[in-house]
Design a protein around this ligand. Structure first.
Ligand code: FUB
Ligand code: ZN
Length: 650
């Protein structure tokens, strides 16, 4: 008996240690124990990003955006909403019902910063904020600043109340912070709130009001830490129950909010773009834990509608300003809404689909969204944000320092902060190289063999990549290299010997006995390409977009004498002749610029004329194309991604 007690004591004494070891090893999503995850995540801290594209963007986020956002969050009264309830501030509630989520998302971003680098001052600030947040928690577990006092009667009663949305962000922030520091204070508070909702709603089978998906994926991420089945069940409850009758939900609400009916009744992406992307992310998390075949089937069906008729070439989602909604199939106007949060949701969903399948069609979408529709959301200096990300502008100002609905700024910050965690993955067979950037991976294979990868490249400006593979001991495994879907041709070699089988949009599985010093080299054809849209996208008829590597390009008025509205590309069938590329270190933070000999429509033409009447008043014009993400960094001027074209003069 004494021996048993002694061994129990011994095991208990180990418990905090194993937790401590664990939080450091968890990726952006921690799917190590998810039975239906084909690949496992690599923690952010296992990847050191070297100089280059994302290093500069993340530096701007850490040095400017994160500190600047806290000032603006404070100025908006978001933290005072908490202080009001603890008596530290005598101020009325300010902001929308989802204001709490702004500080949670900001903490999320700081968690990713601290997973990459030490910042004791930031650590202290966040610790203090967490104390102020947690102080508001009620004995029941409820934690929110809006529905108190005279508003108490509406608590968890209104479809638009966003309380579960706020909780989802609380959990995600708490989890990123826990994975950065091992500190569970906010995580424990979030867990108490989740347990309260479970007890009051799931256990009693009472409909839970939730007009904005978000808690689904967050509760499952919590489950991945706690292994408490209630946390998975809460997500299942939100994803599977039919709340139409109990909550008197009409068809438009169901459509708009992408919740309220069993997820498996969905057939396409629809409704509010962010809600749709977050729900799909949560549903994929549910599949990763349960393997539910109907979920898998629905996810696949809905994904096809995304990529075949509802996603912008930038990876953006959401055609309509009205209801911030995804439109009908092929409704993709270039004055797109394309909220930054929706592109981020698209990345989160496709990342989870990749985790479920190991397929490059999903990481291709992740890359598209990251480099374009998400990256465009933050100005080059990190101080201005796009809420909407149109593909065409008449010069109306789009970048702003802040918004009364400030969901996008901290969302962009947390996403760019998390980038190292997306670069590599592992599977039972080996390792995946998902994205290309100078970086060092210091991790291990799933069998525990230590593995270092040293990647050198100037991607996305240049297509050459070199990866030094260093296993702790010689071992047989597979290195899966993502061959980007956009790459017309690719060559891959190992130690100078060509490897056959590269196919755009697939992983190239290189299986061999790897030993320290082995070197993979890859070259992706980076020539600028002209892209056409499905002819059913009426707004892109007669136009092309220009893409070079993963980057979508655009023209801006500031680089042209002729109005952007009159510029056309003069395209030849020989891609090599269409563009001259020039890397300009001193321009827009250092970008590859494309030069093109096009033309401009000039003269007085009748606004309307019979079909076939000549409109051949053109003159040669030199076009300058810049990466789309860098638009409106030199003032608000007209801009276009989809450009009309004509055959070249010779
Ligand atoms: O409703 C919360 C957030 O505000 C949504 O995700 C955004 O689209 C914005 O409406
Ligand atoms: Zn947003």
């Amino acid at each position: 008996m004494r021996r048993l007690a002694k061994s129990i004591y011994f095991l208990l004494s180990l418990a905090p240690l194993s937790i401590a070891a664990d939080w450091r090893n968890q990726g952006v999503i921690d799917v190590d124990q998810s039975p239906y995850a084909k690949v496992h995540s690599v923690p952010v801290r296992a990847v050191t990003i070297g100089d280059g594209f994302w290093a500069s963007r993340r530096r701007v986020v850490f040095d400017h955006s994160i500190p600047g956002s806290l000032t603006l969050i404070e100025r908006a009264g978001v933290v005072d909403n908490f202080r009001r309830l603890t008596g530290k501030k005598d101020a009325p509630y300010r902001g929308p019902v989802y204001a709490d989520s702004d500080i949670y998302k900001w903490i999320d971003a700081t968690g990713y910063e601290l997973q990459s680098q030490a910042n004791p001052e930031l650590r202290k600030t966040v610790d203090g904020l967490i104390d102020e947040i947690v102080a508001v928690q009620e004995p029941s577990g409820y934690l929110g600043t809006k529905f108190t006092g005279p508003e108490l009667k509406n608590r968890l009663r209104t479809w638009t109340g966003h309380e579960t949305y706020n909780l989802g962000h609380l959990l995600q922030g708490a989890i990123a912070w826990y994975r950065a520091t091992g500190d569970r204070k906010l995580l424990d508070a979030g867990t108490r709130y989740v347990n309260y909702l479970y007890g009051e709603y799931v256990a009693k089978n009472k409909p839970l009001v939730c007009g904005h998906p978000e808690l689904e994926m967050a509760a499952i991420e919590l489950y991945r830490i706690t292994r408490d089945k209630r946390h998975l069940d809460l997500a299942a409850y939100l994803l599977k129950s039919d709340q139409r009758v109990a909550l008197n939900l009409d068809a438009e609400t169901i459509w708009y909010s992408y919740t309220g009916i069993p997820f498996t009744q969905r057939t396409r992406v629809e409704g509010h773009a962010v809600r749709s992307m977050y729900a799909l992310s949560g549903a994929t998390d549910y599949y990763l834990e349960t393997g539910d075949p109907q979920f898998r089937e629905t996810l696949e069906k809905v994904w096809k509608t995304l990529v075949s008729n509802s996603m912008y070439i930038t990876g953006g989602v959401g055609a309509r300003a009205r209801q911030e909604a995804i439109g009908e199939a092929f409704e993709l106007p270039n004055n797109a809404y394309g909220e930054s949060c929706a592109a981020i949701g698209n990345l989160m969903w496709n990342w989870r689909m990749f985790v479920a399948t190991g397929e490059a069609r999903f990481t291709d979408v992740c890359e598209r969204a990251l480099y374009n529709g998400i990256n465009s959301g933050l100005s080059l200096d990190g101080t201005l944000y796009c809420y909407v990300n149109p593909l065409e502008s008449w010069g109306v100002k789009t970048r702003n320092p802040w918004y009364s609905t400030a969901c996008c700024p901290p969302n962009i910050e947390r996403t760019l902060g998390a980038i190292p965690g997306y670069m590599y993955s592992t599977s039972r067979e080996g390792v995946y190289v998902n994205f290309y950037h100078a970086s060092n991976l210091d991790w291990h294979l799933q069998d525990g063999t230590g593995l270092k990868l040293a990647q050198q490249t100037e991607y996305p400006w240049k297509g050459d990549v070199e990866i030094q593979v260093t296993p702790a001991k010689a071992a047989e495994f597979t290195v899966n290299l993502r061959i980007p879907g956009w790459a017309p041709t690719t060559t891959v070699s190992v130690n100078g010997k060509l490897v056959a089988g590269s196919q755009a949009g697939q992983y190239l599985a290189i299986h061999r006995k790897w030993q320290a010093g082995d070197k993979i080299t890859a070259n992706f054809d980076m020539r600028a390409q002209l892209i056409t849209a499905d002819p059913r996208v009426a707004d892109d008829l007669g136009k092309v977009a220009v893409q070079r590597g993963p980057l979508v390009y655009c023209i801006e008025q500031i680089d042209h004498l002729e109005p952007v509205a009159s510029l056309r590309l003069a395209v030849t069938s020989d891609p090599a002749r269409n563009f001259a590329s020039e890397f300009r270190r001193d321009f827009l933070g250092g970008v590859m610029v494309l030069k093109h000999k096009g033309d401009a429509i000039t003269g007085d033409l009748p606004l309307y004329a019979p079909l076939g009447a000549s409109r051949a008043h053109t003159q040669p014009a030199d076009l300058t194309l810049i990466p789309y993400f860098a638009w409106e960094n030199r003032g608000a001027v007209p801009m276009k991604v989809w450009i009309p074209y004509s055959p070249a003069r010779n």
